[in-house]
Design a protein around this ligand. Structure first.
Ligand code: CO
Length: 141
């Protein structure tokens, strides 16, 4: 198992709409570079992507009382960098390799925001950074 492309940087925010304004006003991002807000009930987040030439920024906002990012936003009320996502060829191979090496993989492989399988790896195994691994989408998106 070897990580491939950086796919996106996850940024937790109290309001995606407000974060859009940040990227538009300060950083020149245009409306066409931003994807509509969608919800993933099972994961407890709403999300929108800001498309950059070489990667994406994933803005995530809590959805529901059990959202896994509520605690993060309590500690970081203005928002903050939440995770980094790398692409891998096969999520089960990645999971099995990591587990065999003693890493803590959070939850079972599941469908992520790009419609491909994802896992998260505990920050304690990656120098304090929460790592998301996602299978490379089979077709261009
Ligand atoms: Co992500």
């Amino acid at each position: 198992m070897k990580i491939g492309k950086l796919n996106h940087i996850g940024i937790a925010v109290p309001s995606i709409e407000k974060a859009w304004e940040t990227y538009k006003n300060f950083y020149g991002v245009e409306e066409k570079d931003i994807t509509p807000i969608r919800g993933m009930e099972a994961q407890g987040v709403k999300f929108s992507f800001v498309n950059l030439p070489n990667a994406q920024i994933e803005l995530i906002e809590p959805l529901g009382e059990k959202s896994p990012i509520l605690k993060f936003l309590e500690k970081n009320p203005a928002g903050g960098q939440h995770h980094v996502c790398f692409e891998v060829e096969n999520i089960y191979e990645a999971r099995d390799t990591l587990v065999a090496k003693g890493a803590t993989v959070l939850g079972e492989p599941r469908i992520g925001a790009h419609g491909t399988m994802i896992i998260f790896v505990h920050p304690k195994n990656s120098d304090g950074v929460l790592i998301e691994l996602m299978e490379t989408p089979k077709e261009a998106h």
